[in-house]
Design a protein around this ligand. Structure first.
Ligand SMILES: C[S@@+](CC[C@H](N)C(=O)[O-])C[C@H]1O[C@@H](n2cnc3c(N)ncnc32)[C@H](O)[C@@H]1O
Length: 258
């Protein structure tokens, strides 16, 4: 067990502390809205690969009932322990087989992600608030670098031909968003629309709006699909706009279903 796994910049002990402190109150509106949205995602696959579940703070255990195997990619040992315990305690009618993989298959070795999905077979994939963390995990400030392009290519390969969903940070900062969640929109909001629709602001760039941080998720998913928006007050006075996108495996001759 490495110090890095405990102190992962996209999670780690600080994240568990925040979940313990704020999970039942401050995070609750976001958790409910997100949970409902995820329950509306009904992939036909038998198995699920979930990337970055942490302690299962954002995902309701009922989501897992419909799968035979749930394979969790999670480097943090505390998160793995908490997630296993949460699922064991949940009053589920049917329990999936639970497996954990601690080795990286996203940041340093993204090509191992599609390989894993092929090995598991008949698997949907859920990116659990991890793709908006690529900027910290890759230590970049722009998506315009080879390491980011490599991850993006493999993430898209992993989603291809199967059901997938992702919820991820779109922007974050001290400014409080002002919309009712979940907000469902036909197509991805542009940056200017994020400011005008989600923050009621009138700037055109995130820097205009008291320095909102862009989490660099543009271009990861088909923009025309329905997008859902959620507000997550991570800590008092610190807000994330979470964006959700989902699709169900295409049957031959059909286009992706939101
Ligand atoms: C922002 S947290 C979100 C956790 C949880 N899904 C939630 O919504 O509360 C990001 C998670 O990604 C995990 N993570 C970091 N690097 C990862 C990697 N290379 N592969 C898979 N998960 C990773 C972290 O350990 C952490 O649990």
């Amino acid at each position: 067990m490495t110090v890095n796994a405990w102190m992962n910049p996209a999670g780690g002990l600080r994240y568990h502390w925040r979940a313990f402190r704020h999970g039942n109150r401050l995070w609750q509106p976001y958790r409910w809205a997100l949970g409902e949205w995820l329950l509306g995602w009904t992939p036909p696959e038998k198995n699920l690969v979930i990337v970055g579940p942490s302690g299962g703070y954002a995902v309701q255990p009922f989501l897992f009932e419909r799968f035979e195997r749930v394979i969790c990619l999670e480097p943090d040992p505390v998160a793995r322990f908490l997630f296993r315990r949460k699922l064991a305690r949940a009053p589920l009618e049917r329990r999936p087989g639970l497996e954990f993989i601690s080795d990286d298959r996203l940041v340093s070795h993204p090509e191992r992600l599609p390989e894993l999905l092929d090995d598991v077979g008949d698997a949907a994939i859920l990116f659990s608030n991890v793709l908006g963390q690529l900027r910290v995990l890759l230590e970049v400030s722009s998506a315009d670098v080879p390491a980011f392009a490599r991850v993006k290519k493999e993430v898209q390969r992993a989603m291809s031909g199967r059901s997938w969903a992702s919820f991820h940070d779109r922007v974050s900062g001290r400014l409080e968003p002002s919309f009712e969640q979940p907000l469902l929109v036909n197509g991805r909001l542009s940056d200017a629309e994020v400011i005008s629709v989600l923050y009621s602001g009138d700037g055109t760039s995130f820097a205009d709006e008291t320095e909102l941080l862009d989490h660099l998720t543009e271009g990861l998913f088909p923009e025309a699909l329905e997008h859902a928006y959620f507000v997550w007050e991570l800590a008092p006075g610190w807000f994330h706009v979470i964006e959700g996108v989902r699709a169900i495996r295409e049957a031959p001759g059909e286009s992706a279903q939101p």
